[in-house]
Write a protein that binds this ligand. Structure first.
Ligand code: 13P
Ligand code: SF4
Length: 311
């Protein structure tokens, strides 16, 4: 009997199931290399919206697979590890947000929700944003309503500053990006004086102030390609380094250190493995299932984002 080849088996099942494999740039390199599409939250949402496959195998974290299901109620959406959560999502409880909005009903907030949130939070939002389109979407918010930005205070502060528009910020954050510190980045800059600092907007302001460029994971690729610089300190989750090294050969990518280690890893993103992807395709499980009324309420602000993002 021929030995079991995991990658071959994944490809066989993918064909049999008529599945598409979508992977976020923070996934491990072996998963990225098996995927039909690798991208940021925005690119993945568009791919999920337009696929004609029957099954979406979503290699990312739960809110991303949930977003794909919100957009595709009739498709099977599987996530290799159902426990792949997100600390930023966890920092905004839908019940708490609902209570806050009720208590402050007189404010008539325009609620902007970063896509890194639960379906319950999305259902309470007027519009969704990703880190790739947040500035563009918020710039289209009604002028006559105060904005409440949830859950990421760092992304919210960065967007508000770009637009010169004050916003009220939920007190949430990503535990991975909060680990990067100003002192560590300064030390690394001293060691690599020619390197440019490229940071994700989920980093704290102290870190963002040291950055030469701030953008979503996807936009790091054209920025590093087009920049005349040959080395870059990358201040985000370490999975993006695999993609940068593959797509921008000949340049040096230095992972930003945290206080704890030399690279920063999102433990949730790394819960998916090729073995779990194989099992998910074989068993069509774990699959994302959503109550239809909630799905519909969360779909409206997501579709608004996808529409406004194009304009
Ligand atoms: P992107 O919007 O760049 O995909 O980032 C998502 C994320 O989870 C960052 O931590
Ligand atoms: Fe969530 Fe942070 Fe992991 Fe991104 S890096 S998925 S925001 S915990």
């Amino acid at each position: 009997m021929a030995p079991f080849d995991l990658k071959e088996e994944i490809l066989r099942l993918k064909k049999e199931r008529n599945a598409i494999i979508l992977a976020h740039s923070y996934q491990t390199g072996d998963i990225q290399d098996m995927a039909d599409y690798v991208g940021d939250s925005l690119g993945l949402a568009y791919k999920a919206q337009h696929t004609d496959c029957d099954v979406i195998a979503f290699c990312g974290v739960h809110f991303m697979a949930e977003t794909a299901k919100i957009l595709n109620p009739d498709k099977t959406v599987i996530l290799p590890d159902a426990d792949a959560g997100c600390s930023l999502e966890a920092s905004c409880d839908a019940g708490e947000l609902e209570a806050f909005l009720k208590e402050n009903a007189d404010r008539n907030y325009y609620v902007v929700a970063y896509v890194n949130c639960s379906i319950g939070v999305k259902a309470l939002a007027d519009v969704i944003v990703t880190s790739g389109n947040a500035v563009k979407i918020v710039s289209q918010a009604p002028e006559d309503r105060p904005i409440l930005f949830v859950p990421d205070q760092n992304l919210g502060a960065w967007v508000g500053r770009q637009l010169g528009r004050p916003m009220e910020l939920w007190n949430g954050a990503c535990h991975v990006h909060m680990e990067f510190t100003r002192d560590q980045i300064l030390a690394l800059k001293e060691k690599h004086p020619g390197a440019l600092v490229v940071a994700h907007p989920e980093c704290t302001e102290a870190v963002r102030l040291l950055a030469d460029h701030i953008c979503s994971t996807e936009k790091m690729i054209p920025y590093c390609t087009e920049s005349p610089a040959s080395s870059f300190i990358i201040v985000t989750e370490s999975g993006i380094l695999h993609r940068l090294r593959k797509l921008v050969p000949g340049k040096e990518f230095i992972p930003a250190p945290t206080e704890q280690c030399s690279c920063s890893t999102c433990p949730y993103m790394k819960m998916n493995t090729l073995e779990k992807l194989y099992l998910a395709l074989r068993d069509l499980s774990p699959a994302v299932e959503l109550p239809e009324d909630l799905r519909k309420r969360a779909e409206a602000p997501l579709l608004r984002m996808l529409e406004q993002s194009k304009s």
